[in-house]
Design a protein around this ligand. Sequence first.
Ligand SMILES: Cc1ncc(COP(=O)(O)O)c(C=O)c1O
Length: 394
Amino acid sequence: MSDNVTHRSGRHFLQIPGPTNVPDRILRAMAAPTVDHRGPDFGRMTLSILERVKRVFKTDGPVMILPSSGTGAWEAALVNTMSPGDRVLMFETGHFATLWQNMAKRLGLQVDFVPGDWRHGVDPALVEAKLAEDKGHQIKAVAMVHNETATGVTSRVGDVRKAMDKVGHPALLMVDTISSLGSIDYCHGEWGVDVTVGCSQKGLMLPPGLGFNAVSEKALAASESATLPKSYWDWKPMLANNAKGYFPYTPATNLLYGLDEALTMLLEEGLDNVFARHDRLAEATRRAVRAWGLEILCLNDDEYSSSLTAVLMPEGHDADNLRKVILERFDMSLGTGLGKVQGKVFRIGHLGDFNELMLAGTLCGVEMGLGLAGVPHNKGGVDAALTYLANPDG
Ligand SMILES: Cc1ncc(COP(=O)(O)O)c(C=O)c1O
């Protein structure tokens, strides 16, 4: 691109796995004037949001909305349920699992961090074995990431729950759904999850700024005796205020307008349709990657992520150089490789407010970029995706 080109026509392609493209309906909803967050209209809206958001988590229990990114919601989950020195079982599925365990350690918890290769999800058999060894029930929580945004691997939460039940272990189950909520089916209630952590900027199609904790009765009971220090993240004043539609402090008013609209959109489309759309777009992406002759980072086909696909670069080729070429030539942002896979993978986000033709444009950008960056590949990835998208039921 020549240095004097400052104007870009058309929309930027934001194909990182979050933040995702914010639909116009949500942008318009957020542009409404800010109102009194202690007034009656706001209270009514909050009560409606708190009720409807439960459907997205698939729970009958309370869901708390925090003014934070996902990281704040991780912290709220831990400080409300744990005490200093408590043991927590976590699994190294990738970069975000690693960051969560770093936080747990910094908060004074003892983490048993089970190593992983960043190409597989949490192994339910390993959960069972680890908990079976813990005869004295010293482990207070199993904490896992449902969809590892760094790797495009989705762990089987329902099977982890079954493994915990099989050995009758009373640990809490905490799950990060930051890049799965509203994109990949998730059942807080049915899977017996105690704390589900979520945030706004991915499947919920909002800008960053809202975090979520969906909690079970068992988690609430644990919070009564948990002694890690907490103040801003304390669930108690939040739940007391939420009962009347309010918050213990000034909430992110306009993001809540956006959430109100996002819930309307998700429920209008129907969650099953939302998940099927994500599955379809993910499958088309994988067909393109395979046709290019490139490797998908996720190794188990029952753990493929419907939110994003992480693609391994051929030996000797830098993923960030490819991303740079694509950004400069086609105004598209792809996800960078994080932590251990930096430079080795790029990530295609296909979640949120996204459809077939947006994916077609995305894959065209990748295919052209592979050629321009001199990355060895076969032509025909886009064709393979389009053939599938035109007739996904075969
Ligand atoms: C799975 C997962 N967990 C946690 C986080 C951290 O969230 P945030 O960056 O919003 O604080 C992210 C961010 O992308 C994520 O993808």
